[in-house]
Design a protein around this ligand. Structure first.
Ligand SMILES: C[S@@+](CC[C@H](N)C(=O)[O-])C[C@H]1O[C@@H](n2cnc3c(N)ncnc32)[C@H](O)[C@@H]1O
Length: 336
């Protein structure tokens, strides 16, 4: 996959909803510091034989196939990301118009926080979360269960099973989204829905403030390593076509803005941006880069930490107005 040009990264051609006004007043932002520092999350750690490398812990099942850590720092980060997505979607877990779901699958469930929230909201549904890592908590609602499996390998006996299959934030996790979405088509019941929520991973700015920043350098270096390793870095804008190619109907696309930091004037976007920054500062820059750059580009741990710290420092600057596009796409398997 080719790296987007500077023009593509800073001036999206079709970004009508992307104009985000900058908040030039500084006085309200301390409240975000308080809000973020009050955040706590606790998760049980697994006793399995995980891989330890460069001070981080990685999954062992299908060793090496996922390049982000699965340690407590990363799990806290994923739970913060969950809160960011809930703020973004006005506390909705999904947007597909499902009715009375009986069986629901969450692909790449991570800490299982989406599956747990869904199970709480739908006590009559059986919710299954699938992941390479058994990092989910053990105290969960009775209608949720977790399985360890590789969603990119063949799904056995999984035809016509679910009213909803959900997958969120699988950018830089999955190599072949098109194939995965075709499998979802087979596994969802006729009339059922599949919803993917995912990023266009490259950051943008409307005013060019991303240029010459460590933030931009970080994404270019890290994502070119992921691309070299075969992972999809920009699934969001491609989801609609993958859904249509798989045979889904009633395909619906929402493109949303995720700012980085508290620079937007709009209070909703400011809050989303605060969470985006908070999760990245919870080990996110290092965690997302270490395995990709050390395993695929021969960087040292120290070099990665420096790259991450420059990204973090530039991301904190009030003059840097960076945002991402995030897509929610759902489609229905035809009744017949
Ligand atoms: C970035 S996290 C997102 C977690 C969760 N979906 C969320 O939104 O909070 C990606 C998750 O996908 C899992 N994953 C990556 N590749 C996978 C695969 N081939 N099969 C199953 N899970 C996978 C990882 O272990 C990780 O927990």
């Amino acid at each position: 996959m080719t790296e987007p040009s500077a023009q593509e990264q800073t001036t999206p051609a079709d970004h009508d909803p992307a104009h985000v006004e900058v908040d030039n007043s500084f006085e309200n932002d301390s409240s975000y510091g308080d809000e973020l520092s009050r955040y706590t999350a606790s998760l049980t750690s697994s006793v399995l034989d995980y891989r330890h490398e460069n001070g981080r812990r990685y999954h062992r099942f299908r060793d090496g196939s996922y390049l982000l850590p699965n340690d407590e720092t990363e799990n806290d980060r994923l739970d913060m990301m969950h809160e960011m997505f809930l703020v973004l979607l006005h506390r909705k877990l999904y947007l597909a118009p499902i009715k009375h779901p009986q069986r629901v699958m969450d692909l790449g469930t991570g800490t299982g926080i989406w599956a747990i929230d869904f199970a709480d909201e739908h006590p009559d549904a059986e919710v299954i979360g699938c992941d390479l890592s058994p990092i989910q908590p053990t105290l969960v609602p009775p209608n949720v269960k977790f399985v360890v499996d590789d969603i990119e390998s063949d799904w056995v006996d999984e035809k016509d099973q679910y009213e909803l299959i959900h997958a969120r934030y699988l950018v830089i996790s999955i190599r072949d989204f098109g194939k995965l979405i075709k499998r979802c088509y087979q596994s969802v019941k006729p009339g059922g829905w599949v919803e993917f929520q995912d990023w266009d991973g490259y950051p943008l700015s409307e005013d060019g403030s991303i240029e010459d920043t460590g933030f931009k350098r970080y994404y270019n270096k890290v994502f070119s390593a992921f691309e070299k390793a075969g992972y999809e870095t920009r699934p969001g804008p491609k989801l609609e076509q993958w859904f249509k190619d798989a045979g889904f109907v009633n395909v619906h696309v929402e493109r949303l803005i995720i700012p980085y930091g508290v620079w937007p004037k709009d209070p909703h976007l400011k809050k989303v941006g605060a969470w985006a920054q908070a999760q990245a500062e919870t080990g996110g820059f290092e965690g997302s880069a270490l395995a990709a750059l050390t395993r695929y580009e021969q960087w040292t741990q120290e070099e990665v930490i420096l790259l991450a710290s420059e990204a973090r420092a530039d991301g904190r600057k009030r003059s840097v107005h960076v945002f991402f596009h995030f897509y929610v796409v759902y489609g229905q398997r035809p009744e017949n």
